[in-house]
Design a protein. Structure first.
Ligand code: NIG
Ligand code: FE
Length: 417
């Protein structure tokens, strides 16, 4: 048993009330001046004002005591939506987009997601692992201690499973907690061009059973979008996935308002992501169903589209989470601080709301809130020491890394330099 105490910290943490935080609760962050965290074997035993923490554990003597010198401490970021597992980047496509070619037009021409599919199919598993690990460790340097990673660049059973094995290895061979999501319906592969229903059948009849048999994913996601998968096709896939025991997620209303947000509420998806074009009626349905909105401001930024209406979501009572969406097409960043800054400065979230969105609500969005997402007794001692006095520094000190120390299960990770 190893007991560690971290003293003299200024703690900022959302409070876990047993559900994702919505409406006014989203901004209700606990602040403790001269606070402390006591952990045993990586799990928080006590947290709060230093004197109380020390008193509650008396006469136990810690094996290690760290003075955090009054610095600002927040829970480790949880990035609940990424496509970190890919091989080649798509810089040329980025330049095309800068010249005005639309993201979905590039996909229609056989580029975009489909070009990443070609490279992932060709890349051997070890190389794919090394490329993914590089990005995961970069995310860790920016304070991400738990990450969801999707498959979706295989689009055949064999390559989807290859990606999911790589994703599983990231969880085993890096300090990060990794949540794997199966995204077999990310695009219609070239060999099924104009036969998307047949591809949906393949996803339902072959891929989902194979993924479930191997126990290699926790969630199933679908890209519900004009020219990709319809609401009806997405419904079939998500119903099959939930019947097989996977949680449901959906890329909804990113470019067009097809009604993916409404489908998320209907199938009781844990979350709907993107939502740039979602209607207010469907956001209300999400609020009623308790579906989490995973907002991806770096994607709107990179696609140069209006941001998702995060403020309206909070006013409607939809719990909001934040994620990078890190992928080689629409959002090439591993940085949660960057996403945090965009959310605060450009989507109108307060610093406190953004903090809950990037930690506790994100943990709920990936089914990890029992272990991570807030500084609460029983959870892992995953936390960040920031430069500056409050979490506002994350938005304020723009374009740099405000995370000076990263702790995972009470262990300081070497992340700088
Ligand atoms: O969330 N929209 C679909 N999927 C990703 C992009 C994937 C890609 O372009 O490679 C997204 O934006
Ligand atoms: Fe995505």
């Amino acid at each position: 048993m190893i007991d560690k105490v971290f003293r003299n910290a200024t703690l900022f943490t959302p409070v876990d009330r047993g559900r994702p935080q919505a409406g006014p609760d989203q901004g209700a962050v606990r602040v403790v001046e001269k606070g402390a965290i006591w952990c045993r074997d990586g799990l928080i035993q006590a947290v709060g004002p230093e004197e109380e923490v020390l008193r509650s554990l008396h006469p136990c003597v810690p094996d290690q005591e760290t003075d955090l010198e009054g610095r600002c401490v927040i829970p480790g970021f949880v990035d609940p939506h990424t496509h970190l597992c890919f091989a080649a980047t798509r810089e040329r496509e980025f330049s095309l987009r800068l010249q005005g070619v639309e993201y979905l037009e590039i996909l229609r021409r056989g580029g975009g997601i489909l070009s990443t599919v070609r490279s992932v199919r060709e890349t051997d598993e070890e190389e794919l692992f090394l490329a993914t690990r590089r990005r995961a460790l970069s995310a860790l340097r920016f304070g991400t201690t738990t990450v969801e990673i999707k498959s979706g660049y295989g689009l055949d059973t064999e390559t989807e499973l290859k990606m999911l094995r790589v994703i599983r290895r990231i969880g085993r061979e890096t300090p990060l907690d990794v949540v794997p999501t199966f995204l077999g319906a990310h695009a219609v592969p070239e060999e099924y061009r104009d036969r998307s229903d047949a591809f949906v059948d393949l996803v339902i009849e072959e891929m989902i059973p194979a993924v479930v048999r191997q126990g290699i994913a926790r969630f199933c996601d679908v890209f519900c979008e004009k020219g990709v998968f319809s609401v009806e096709q997405s419904r079939r896939i998500l119903q099959a996935a939930t019947a097989a025991g996977l949680g449901a997620k959906i890329h909804a209303d990113e470019v067009h308002d097809l009604g993916g947000a409404g489908l998320a509420a209907e199938v009781r998806a844990v979350s709907a992501e993107h939502l740039l074009a979602a209607s207010e009626a469907n956001l209300e349905a999400m609020a009623r169903a308790g579906t989490i909105a995973v907002v991806l401001p770096a994607t709107a930024y990179s696609l140069r589209k209006p941001f998702a209406p995060a403020r309206t979501m909070i006013e409607l009572g939809v719990p909001v989470a934040l994620a990078t969406d890190c992928n080689p097409g629409s959002s090439y960043t591993e940085s949660m601080p960057f996403v945090f800054g965009l959310a605060v400065l450009l989507t109108g979230l307060s610093v406190e709301e953004a903090l809950t969105a990037a930690t506790l609500n994100a943990a709920y969005a990936v089914g990890m809130a029992e272990r991570v997402g807030s500084l609460d007794v029983g959870k892992q001692a995953d936390f960040l020491v920031l430069e500056g006095e409050t979490p506002a520094v994350i938005a304020y000190h723009a374009g740099v890394n405000p995370v000076v120390q990263v702790y995972k299960k009470g262990e300081r990770l070497k992340v700088k330099g």
